[in-house]
Design a protein around this ligand. Sequence first.
Ligand SMILES: Cc1cc2nc3c(=O)[nH]c(=O)nc-3n(C[C@H](O)[C@H](O)[C@H](O)COP(=O)(O)O)c2cc1C
Length: 195
Amino acid sequence: MQVLGVSGSPSSPSKTALAIGTALDRAAEHDDVHTELLDLRGYDLVFSDGRDPADYTGDTRTVIDRVIAADALVIGTPMYRGGYTGRLKNLFDLLPNDALAGKPVGLIATGGTDHHYLAIEHELKPLVGFFRAWAVPGAVYANNTHFSAGTLVDDGVRSRLHELADAVVTFARRMPRDAAGATAPEIPRKAAAEA
Ligand SMILES: Cc1cc2nc3c(=O)[nH]c(=O)nc-3n(C[C@H](O)[C@H](O)[C@H](O)COP(=O)(O)O)c2cc1C
């Protein structure tokens, strides 16, 4: 099973990437689980222009294909202005509609304070819902006080990240991928020639 972490943070070092990495390390302790972190900072993604996702090339193609190949995902973002980052939004705009269908997704958000923790509920979960993926219950939110000198120092957050990782693996093992509900209506896309 391939569990892909996706970090929407533009920063380096990144607290979000650290939290995702903590969850991935835990997931990798399970038998037959392979993990990778897709750090969007490392890719030269084009800005979504509405073309058919099949027509993207280069780094954009590589990133789309890595998401499609994943069996389960751990997606994390810093809070930016009360929501997920533009970088993460762009990735979701680039993906084909069925890229996540039937896949479990563990959600992680970090913020300066706890002020915006409900953005997981009203921003990230609807996004996952659009893609007909399963938002695994028990998303994790961490704030700046949970990190120090480039490490995660809060045992409660670490424990919750482990629980989230365990749940993602359990969901991926037990949920049939074809149980993704009704197929969404086709959304017309621009062909590459028109783009
Ligand atoms: C442009 C910008 C906007 C931000 N907006 C918020 C916000 O609305 N709410 C919040 O709690 N933190 C906000 N923050 C703080 C970051 O979400 C927080 O420091 C986060 O942990 C950074 O994660 P990273 O190290 O992975 O980039 C903002 C930071 C930046 C740079």
